[in-house]
Design a protein around this ligand. Structure first.
Ligand SMILES: NC(=O)c1ccc[n+]([C@@H]2O[C@H](COP(=O)([O-])OP(=O)(O)OC[C@H]3O[C@@H](n4cnc5c(N)ncnc54)[C@H](O)[C@@H]3O)[C@@H](O)[C@H]2O)c1
Ligand SMILES: O=c1ccn([C@@H]2O[C@H](COP(=O)(O)OP(=O)(O)O[C@H]3OC[C@@H](O)[C@H](O)[C@H]3O)[C@@H](O)[C@H]2O)c(=O)[nH]1
Length: 389
């Protein structure tokens, strides 16, 4: 229910905002728009090249929030309407980016342009027009952990000092230039530094968000169903696709890398607190993740296999996983983050936020969605003889 009697964490009333959301048609944007429409009186100017994931919020005109959301089909690379839309808003949230690892080493130029060059005018227009900016960076700016460089049997590898990632302490550790995987992380790091400098020198009011593997419904695409057959999405969609097609899940380089996964709905709560508590969020860089949900990619594959079997009623495959090299899977120039545990001190102190959902529970609701949304379409696609349309 939209209500104008909302209060912030300090008990002050929150005035209705106009938010210019760039990349609103993506995974995170769609969840943010959904919650803003159903729970607040705020208006959204939704900018993206696509709107499939927010169609349900735009049509029909009779929706209760139809006067509070406007879609603008804009490519921010070249559209003179961008500054005008930023000027119309109180706050800009920039989500637009190429952010799938399969692109970082195969399309490094597009990746660097998208994550750095294309974000420049957004930062400039916010700064020049005294508009607040919430910019989406990434946990990848930390790169590898210090612990990754210790001998395998070093007891220091167990010491959190060597692996927990802290916004104001941890270094950013990337591989060599020929490992083009780091094109994304490096571009994101430089735009963070630029935003920080705009804050320091020109008084830009900013918040930087570093998401740690947010997952849930509507993430990426299922190859051959609502995205290209040869496309490689992020791991949730890769493994969902394998499960839906009853193929073994592919473990890159043994599936030894570790990640912490957070449910999109928990993470969106954190973004809401940032939106509505500018005095506590301005000038801050926030890790947003769930340190309690750590697994290796192999463990993720095993858990997803078990959960999918439960929600679909289909028995798991006898051989549920298969090993592939990163060169086979991603091509030359791939590299990986070894481990990603977010430190939560700053977000706890500033916003009092904590994630809630366990990995099992978030996989259960997400895979239920994947099964309901895609199982029939996959069956039809598989039944169709090759070459027919
Ligand atoms: N999902 C995660 O776990 C995660 C982790 C770390 C960082 N992030 C960051 O969060 C942001 C959003 O991620 P997401 O998971 O929603 O990705 P997404 O790909 O689903 O969303 C990005 C959206 O930006 C749009 N976009 C890209 N370039 C554009 C352009 N030139 N003009 C207009 N629109 C453009 C895309 O069409 C897409 O809808 C990105 O900046 C990403 O780097 C996400
Ligand atoms: O089929 C697959 C897909 C992926 N993987 C592995 O699973 C791990 C996670 O892969 P993801 O595709 O989710 O991407 P990563 O976690 O490496 O990076 C992500 O991190 C945060 C964001 O900035 C981006 O969304 C993305 O860069 C990697 O180790 C990858 O090699 C597999 O083993 N099999």
């Amino acid at each position: 229910m939209a209500s104008s009697a909302r209060v912030d964490l300090d008990g002050n009333p929150i005035k209705p905002l106009t938010i210019c959301m760039i990349g609103a048609g993506g995974f995170i944007g769609s969840h943010l728009c959904e919650k803003i429409m159903s729970e607040t009186p705020h208006k959204v100017l939704a900018l993206d090249v696509y709107n499939d994931k927010i169609k349900h919020l735009l049509e029909p005109d009779s929706l209760p929030w139809s006067d509070r959301i406007q879609f603008h089909r804009i490519n921010i690379k070249h559209d003179s309407r961008l500054e005008g839309l930023i000027k119309m808003a109180d706050l800009t949230i920039n989500l637009a980016a190429i952010c799938t690892p399969a692109d970082y080493n195969t399309r490094p130029l597009d990746t660097i342009y998208s994550n750095f060059i294309d974000a420049l005018p957004v930062v400039k227009y916010c700064s020049e027009n005294n508009k607040r900016l919430i910019h989406f960076s990434t946990c990848e700016v930390y790169g590898k952990t210090i612990g990754a460089f210790l001998p395998k049997d070093s007891p220091l590898r167990q010491d959190p000092e060597y692996y927990v990632l802290k916004e104001d302490v941890s270094p950013c550790i990337f591989g060599p230039i020929e490992k083009q995987r780091w094109s994304y992380a490096c571009a994101k790091q430089l735009i963070e530094r630029l935003i920080y400098a705009e804050g320091a020198e020109n008084g830009l009011e900013f918040t930087i968000v570093r998401p740690f593997n947010w997952i849930g419904p509507r993430m990426d695409f299922i190859p051959g169903i609502d995205g290209p057959s040869e496309g490689v999405p992020r791991v949730l969609a890769c493994f969902s696709n394998n499960l839906l097609r009853r193929e073994p899940l592919k473990l890159v380089d043994g599936g030894e890398s570790q990640r912490t996964f957070i449910y999109i709905k928990d993470a969106i709560e954190a973004v809401f607190l940032m939106i509505e508590n500018p005095a506590r969020a301005n000038g801050q860089i926030f890790n947003v993740g769930n340190p309690n949900n750590e697994v290796t990619v192999r463990q993720l594959a095993e858990m997803m296999t078990e959960v999918y079997s439960k929600v679909s009623g289909e028995p798991p495959l006898e051989v549920p996983t298969v090993d592939v090299t990163s060169k086979e899977f991603y091509g030359v120039g791939y590299d990986d983050s070894d481990k990603r545990i977010p430190d939560m001190t700053i977000i706890n102190r500033q916003l009092g936020w904590n994630p809630k959902t366990s990995l099992w529970d978030l996989l259960e609701s997400t895979l239920t969605y994947q099964h309901r949304t895609y199982a029939e379409a996959i069956k039809k696609a598989i039944a169709k003889p090759a070459g027919t349309s």
